[in-house]
Design a protein around this ligand. Structure first.
Ligand SMILES: [Fe+2]
Length: 301
């Protein structure tokens, strides 16, 4: 279905492997980090089937392994199902058997301390086969849809672990999308869903996290559909309910940090260290799907 050509692209001095998918005129399902949450992944595969989307039209924006218990099983499932996955910072680190996740957390912060625990668990579940698979994953995907150039990245086009929060100024988005040489950027890493349309029509989309809640006080996780529209790709966000109680119990059994196990149940992150003030202020406020899907960059000018 896709042109399978790889090219080496230099972005900000960083050699990036980009997989070009050519032109796509069918809907895609977009999901953020599975984070080792096998129950959420299985629920997503069922939901994709409901949408009529085969697994080779599911884009996963990286960090297949992180907070949750089933690191190996989740990565194996993504690999065997043939999801279109890119390398997140976690794949980068695990493929090199590095000592830490390079998530971009401040040293000594609560997120940093918690990451030491889940990263060690993830590292302990790696196999040589999975390392080789992660090392071979592309860093970016590119394709065209409805006349627009699309680039899929993990953090930002030039930095795998940059947090592109929704509240950042328009200039940050304009700069990053320009660097991507694209009209539309699909990104992950932050774990919060939003679609931001700049005044000039360029778009930044984040489907949110598949394997971790969005700090909105609900146990829902997130994905999106990307479909060709009249004047470019159109995004629709969806919430996903799944067996979060089972996923949380597995984490406790594995001795993983209680903060993230509880988060799957309460919908609240164990630490807000990394969040800007605007995102912090939304803590515990359930995301309104219609608002999420109707949002535009009104405040961008
Ligand atoms: Fe990440």
């Amino acid at each position: 279905m896709y042109a399978d050509t790889r090219e080496a692209t230099e972005i900000s001095g960083q050699m990036s492997s980009t997989l070009s998918l050519g032109h796509i005129d069918e809907p895609l399902l977009i999901c953020g980090g599975a984070y080792g949450n096998l129950e959420a992944l299985e629920a997503l595969i069922l939901r994709a089937s409901d949408h009529g989307i085969p697994t080779d039209r599911i884009i996963h924006t990286g960090d297949v392994i992180a907070y949750c218990a089933d690191a190996r099983a989740t990565a194996e499932r993504v690999r065997r199902l043939g999801l279109l996955s890119i390398r997140g910072n976690v794949e980068d680190q695990l493929a090199e058997d590095a000592e830490d996740c390079a998530c971009g957390f401040h040293e000594g912060s609560a997120c940093d301390v918690l990451a030491r625990s889940w990263y060690a668990h993830a590292r302990g579940q790696m196999t040589l086969e999975l390392s080789a698979w992660m090392a071979a994953l592309p860093r970016h995907l590119t394709f065209s849809m409805a006349g627009k150039r699309v680039r899929v990245v993990h953090g930002s086009p030039g930095l795998v672990n940059r947090f592109m929060w929704e509240s950042l100024p328009s200039a940050d988005y304009a700069g990053e999308i320009g660097q991507a040489c694209a009209d539309v950027v699909v990104a992950g890493h932050t774990g919060l869903p939003f679609t931001r349309t700049l005044p000039d029509g360029r778009v930044w989309h984040n489907s949110g996290g598949l394997g971790m809640v969005a700090n909105d006080g609900t146990p829902r996780v997130w994905y999106a559909l990307m479909s060709p529209g009249r004047s470019g790709p159109e995004f629709t966000h969806f919430a996903l309910d799944y067996d979060h109680a089972l996923a949380a119990s597995k984490m406790r059994k594995a001795g993983l940090p209680e903060g993230y196990a509880s988060a799957l149940e309460t919908g609240l992150w164990p630490s807000l260290d990394i969040l800007p003030e605007e995102e912090k202020s939304r803590t515990g406020q359930p995301i309104d799907l219609s608002e999420l899907n109707g949002q535009t960059d009104q405040a961008a000018a």
